[in-house]
Design a protein around this ligand. Structure first.
Ligand code: HEM
Length: 462
């Protein structure tokens, strides 16, 4: 017994000594000394624990936003991570040839031994892969490809899933028709959360993957399963010949170098990147508009003027519909959290501070989109601000819902077209619809990389 107590005491001393050692090494490291001038909470100079806890509880973007409100546009959020929302500095970090590669953080979005467009780090490798997909995702090609009570988010996810199926595999998943969540959707919903928690807490990921409790185990297995489903869909498409009508037939020079493994990895990532993003944005848009009957009336009037067989160019010409989509992306953009990059060799001067090399610098549109310098009364959902010419300057400096520079979203035209069509169709078909009383009064989000609106979004047709 006495021996056990002595052992515990020794162990305690060891843990304490190790913690003090780690603290001292971190505190007096070159990076820490260089970053001391960067404002931020004291803990950030020696631990990333509060940030980690925020990540695994789905609150990272909001913690970082609070820190910016307290400390300004450049904030140290962890020993070797600085968050930057100074508009000029964000441009420096993301522009072509900036020398700030994506951080290894993006590896959590792949589940294959091959990197994908989204996760590639090297700019040469990324440039080559981007060229292969550039034309297929261009506005012209995307155009040519398209030939009681309702749970809004569910139906929007059905829509986005079916469109993704069409584009990636030449075949719809038919979830809209069947009205049922399929295996692919359940997997997608879990993949983001499972991947991020496993990356932050590998031991929990390891145990979760093996737990005999399906509800928990499936969350940690979703990433791997999503890849298998992607492979199956590609194989099926090839067998049936349907893939000939998919995005993968529009590829440019260099596509010969893509293996079957590359294709299914890219397909898996495209579906992940393109499904929830558009569905979440549309859910927020409909929620925000249906809460303001005056906005609803203007949109209903605009879309009522479209011909029966309207096309995308005609919806793109409707000022209020487009202003409303932009305003939704500003306030409720689904990918507005941190986009981490690594500082280049020799470090850089960003937002008035010297940041040494090899430090993670993350920028977040969530905060940039609420900067009063550019967006007066920033928390107000106000599509009218987009009808004023002066908004152009603000948008150039501080509007980046799809990212900017060479890593800007490749699906931007697809997403915008999908959202324009969905808005036009909804407000033509469901004139006078209203939100059910179950719907949330204010929007709150769960943040596992994407910002997913919380709550039931119930629509009641007129
Ligand atoms: C409202 C809808 C969407 C939003 C807000 C959005 C947002 C973003 C953002 C912010 C990035 C930059 C990430 C970074 O720099 O770290 C990005 C990249 C990307 N997005 Fe989207 N996205 C949307 C829809 C789509 C769709 C429909 C696809 C379809 C395939 C897609 C595929 C991708 C890919 C592959 C990348 C990586 C591009 C590269 O690194 O070259 N996204 N997206």
């Amino acid at each position: 017994m006495e021996l056990a107590e002595a052992d515990i005491a020794t162990l305690g001393m060891l843990v304490l000594a190790t913690s003090v050692g780690v603290f001292l090494v971190n505190y007096f490291s070159k990076i820490n000394i260089a970053l001391r001038k960067v404002p931020g909470p004291f803990y950030a100079s020696f631990t990333n624990l509060p940030l980690k806890i925020a990540v695994i509880t789905g609150r990272r973007t909001f913690l970082v936003h609070q820190l910016h409100q307290k400390y300004g546009p450049v904030v140290r959020v962890a020993p070797s991570e600085v968050s930057i929302v100074d508009a000029e500095a964000c441009k420096i970090i993301h522009r072509a040839g900036s020398g700030f590669p994506k951080s290894p953080y993006y590896a959590r979005f792949i589940n294959k031994p091959v990197p994908t467009l989204f996760a590639m780090i090297g700019s040469k490798e990324h440039g080559e892969r981007r060229k292969v997909f550039a034309r297929a995702f261009s506005k012209t090609e995307i155009h040519d490809l398209k030939s009681g009570k309702a749970d809004l988010l569910k139906w929007l996810l059905f829509m986005a899933t079916d469109i993704s199926g069409h584009l990636m595999f030449g075949e719809s998943f038919r979830t809209l028709e069947n009205g049922e969540v399929n295996d692919y959707m359940t997997t997608l919903q879990m993949a983001g959360k499972g991947g991020i928690i496993s990356e932050e807490l590998p031991l929990l990921g390891f145990i979760g993957y093996r737990l005999p409790i399906p509800a928990i185990r499936d969350v940690f297995r979703a990433n791997a399963k999503q890849t298998v489903l992607g492979e199956d869909a590609i194989e099926n498409g090839i067998k049936t010949g349907n893939h000939k009508r998919s995005i993968f037939t529009q590829l440019d020079e260099g596509s010969d170098a893509l293996t079957r493994l590359d294709l299914s990895a890219e397909a898996g990532n495209f579906i992940l990147a393109g499904t929830d993003t558009t569905a979440f944005t549309l859910a927020c848009l409909l929620w925000a508009v249906l809460r303001h009957s005056s906005l609803q009336a203007i949109i209903e009037e605009e879309v009522a003027g479209l011909p029966e067989d309207f096309n995308d160019a005609q919806v793109e010409a409707l000022p209020f519909v487009n202003a409303t989509i932009n305003e939704t992306l500003r306030l409720y953009g689904p990918a507005a959290g941190s986009l981490p990059r690594i500082t280049k060799q020799g470090g850089a001067e960003l937002g008035g501070y010297y940041i040494p090399e090899s430090v993670t610098v993350s920028t977040q549109a969530f905060t940039l989109h609420r900067d009063e310098k550019f967006w007066p009364d920033p928390e107000k959902f106000d599509p009218y601000r987009w009808l004023d010419d002066s908004v152009q300057e603000a948008a150039k400096m501080a509007f980046a819902p799809f990212g900017t520079g060479p890593r800007v979203c490749i699906g931007i035209h697809l997403a915008q077209m999908e959202m324009r069509f969905a808005v036009a169709m909804f407000f033509r078909r469901f004139k006078g619809a209203r939100l059910g009383s179950e719907s949330p009064m204010t929007l709150e989000f769960e943040n596992y990389f994407l910002l997913k609106p919380k709550g039931d979004f119930i629509i009641i047709p007129a």
